[in-house]
Design a protein around this ligand. Structure first.
Ligand SMILES: CC(=O)N[C@H]1[C@@H](OP(=O)(O)OP(=O)(O)OC[C@H]2O[C@@H](n3ccc(=O)[nH]c3=O)[C@H](O)[C@@H]2O)O[C@H](CO)[C@@H](O)[C@@H]1O
Ligand SMILES: C=C(OP(=O)(O)O)C(=O)O
Length: 415
């Protein structure tokens, strides 16, 4: 079993280049299914979720090749075959196969998605959207079977502003007859990125990034070239790690606007942040104020940065509170941080965090961002080597984490 080993106590210094966004990539790659000619995606992150998706596309008959961080996808000979198990269980975003295959072929059979399961993650809003477009959705031996002779534009009101449901409905609606409107749509930057790709493929989507998205269906979509936006969650993880280790780090190749909620909270603690063009410099300080953080949908503080933030808050001089309004129980990392000496208690959907001296331990990541939280905690431990298990989760979403941190001065390696 692979593990990440960390001898902490060194401040992160230098420059880190941020790769393309996981949550864009895992939607853009399946979006290519909708095209009838070749799609080229640039700036893809080197993460296992993208690798898995390229294997899924190949299994569906797509011709996929790589050239550095660029993926070439020829979807012209693809077919919609049932995918009950195997690859689709390896990542959460396999649900995008439903919208993409439904849009292109009128049919999809996909096993319930896998990936990180910090609590039940329903897909009822995705299904409600497909049904509104005229599809019949049934449960086929634990897989979702979706069929439509013809998709028709419709008005869909989402009960929750779900990222996945917004994108999935957008994917299918590009090929529906007439106009679809998604109300209470999610506004995350990755949704704009997907709409940008689809529009370059010939779709007619307006309003992505707002609460109302309007999609006028078209008869066919074609290939194009698209470059993926930077990963705001990886960027945020490095910013938090720099603050926690009292480092001085330039986080480069990002969109600073996407980082505003995090930047505001770091500044409130006393971290110095300097913005310049496509980068943010994070300058750590010796003493930090305790703060309250509320994880919300975009443009609020991202739930995906909630766990890494907990590790930083163990360094504030007082009691901080982290409340997650997106997921009520995303706290599987707490017992692991406690094994390292963190003073945290969970009350309802909040973690209450006191200043703590962390020590080395063997800990296990139960999900992707729990892994990031444990690595940051390990970077803080001066005495002894921290062992982080569950590396396969970290590999789902961090591009070259260990080599990047090594380059920034950390003593960290894989075993
Ligand atoms: C691949 C991807 O992009 N993953 C991101 C996406 O996940 P994902 O798209 O799965 O998350 P959603 O935005 O759908 O979930 C938001 C909330 O809505 C609820 N919900 C969602 C769908 C549904 O049909 N019914 C329902 O009740 C969820 O339980 C959750 O409480 O957004 C999350 C919230 O920012 C992030 O943590 C994930 O990193
Ligand atoms: C929860 C996450 O991803 P996914 O939805 O792909 O499991 C995440 O990126 O933190």
């Amino acid at each position: 079993m692979e593990k990440i080993m960390i001898q902490g106590g060194r401040p992160l210094r230098g420059t880190v280049q941020i790769s393309g966004a996981k949550n864009s990539a895992v939607a853009l790659v399946p979006a290519a299914i909708l095209a009838e000619t070749k799609v080229v995606l640039e700036n893809l992150p080197v993460i296992s979720d993208v690798e898995t998706y390229s294997e899924i596309l190949a299994e569906l008959g797509g011709d996929v090749s790589w050239d550095g961080n660029t993926m070439h996808i020829d979807p012209s000979r693809m077919i919609s075959i049932p995918m009950h198990n195997g690859l689709v269980k390896k990542l959460r975003a396999s649900y995008y196969l439903m919208g993409a295959l439904l849009g292109r072929f009128g049919e999809a059979t996909i096993g319930m998605p896998g990936g990180c399961s910090f609590e039940p993650r329903p897909i009822d809003q995705h299904i409600k959207g497909f049904e509104a477009l005229g599809a019949t959705v049934t449960n086929d031996h634990g897989s979702i079977h979706i069929y439509a002779k013809e998709l028709r534009g419709a008005k869909v009101y989402l009960d929750v502003a779900s990222v996945g449901a917004t994108i999935n409905i957008m994917l299918a609606a590009t090929r529906a007859k007439g106009i679809t409107t998604i109300e209470n749509a999610a506004k995350e930057p990755e949704i704009i990125d997907v709409a940008t790709l689809l529009n370059a493929m010939g779709a007619k989507i307006k309003g992505a990034g707002t609460g109302t998205i309007r999609i006028e269906g078209v008869d066919s979509l074609h290939g194009c070239r698209h470059s993926i936006i930077p990963d705001r969650i990886q960027a945020g993880t490095y910013m938090i790690a720099a603050a926690a280790t009292r480092g001085n780090l330039l986080v480069d190749n990002i969109i600073p606007k996407h980082m505003e909620a995090l930047t505001a909270k770091l500044e409130e603690m006393g971290v110095e942040i300097l913005e310049s063009g496509e980068s943010l410099r994070v300058i750590g300080k010796e003493n930090y104020e305790p703060i309250d953080v509320k994880a919300l949908i975009y443009p609020g503080f991202a739930t995906d940065l909630q766990s890494p933030m907990a590790s930083l808050l163990t360094q504030a001089s007082g009691v901080s509170m982290l409340t997650d309004y997106v997921y009520s129980n995303r706290f599987k990392y707490v017992p692991e941080l406690m094994r390292m000496g963190a003073k945290i208690r969970v009350e309802g959907r909040s973690a209450i965090i006191e200043r703590s001296k962390l020590h080395a331990a063997t800990v296990k990541a139960a999900d992707l961002r729990a892994g990031a939280a444990l690595v940051i905690a390990g970077l803080l431990v001066e005495d002894g080597v921290t062992e982080v298990l569950g590396v396969e989760f970290i590999d789902r979403g961090y591009d070259n984490l260990v080599s990047n941190l090594t380059m920034l001065g950390a003593e960290i390696w894989r075993e």
